[in-house]
Design a protein around this ligand. Sequence first.
Ligand SMILES: O=C(CO)COP(=O)(O)O
Length: 230
Amino acid sequence: MVSEQGKMVVANWKAALSPVKVKQWLDVFRQRYRPVSGIEVVLAVPSLYLRQVYREVASLDGVAVAAQHVSPYPPGAYTGALPAVWLAGMAGYTLAGHRETRKYFHETLQEVAGQVREAVSAGLVPILCMERAVATAQIAAIDSGDLERTVLSYTPSDAVQLEVAHGAREVRDAAAFFSALSGGRPVLYGGGVNRENIQELMGVPELAGVMVGRSCLDVSEFLDLLETLR
Ligand SMILES: O=C(CO)COP(=O)(O)O
């Protein structure tokens, strides 16, 4: 879990890497990754790869694993679901409410709140992704006890679609807005983060870290990006 001083870099693989590519990514990462003081690297990977990724990175300092999605329901007759409790011990985190799962899988505020609840009760830390437009209603749908265990992430659509990050001042305003709304929970930013802008964004004092999509898919590019934080 992100500490008082430390910051997080979440690498969101989305659904972009085939099994062959995942093996290559992990081979290079294991050879070349060196921990960066004060930085926790969180690999957010498709369910299919969770066990494999966990096995490969469990021994690396400063690296944790996140699911990209968990079920809003407990284990039972829910075909196609991934109950959060099954991931305990393997993933430390799960994403919830990412703009792509909201958009393509039509997740409702209640379903996202259910994912957060299931994640917290399984001992995972939810990384709750939101845009400003849904933030007030989404946070209101979440139990206050669950919110206390949650990391928020500001992931504006335009930045993700255009691959152009919001500027540091805008990110700072948004982080303050999200933090005030949630009783001071840590806030991440995601959207267009790359090797050129990560240092400036990680320097925003109100921000607990960043989420990286496209720039983590090439493992060398991602390792270079981490090196800029050393
Ligand atoms: O969705 C994101 C992180 O989860 C951001 O993706 P990009 O870094 O590709 O804009």
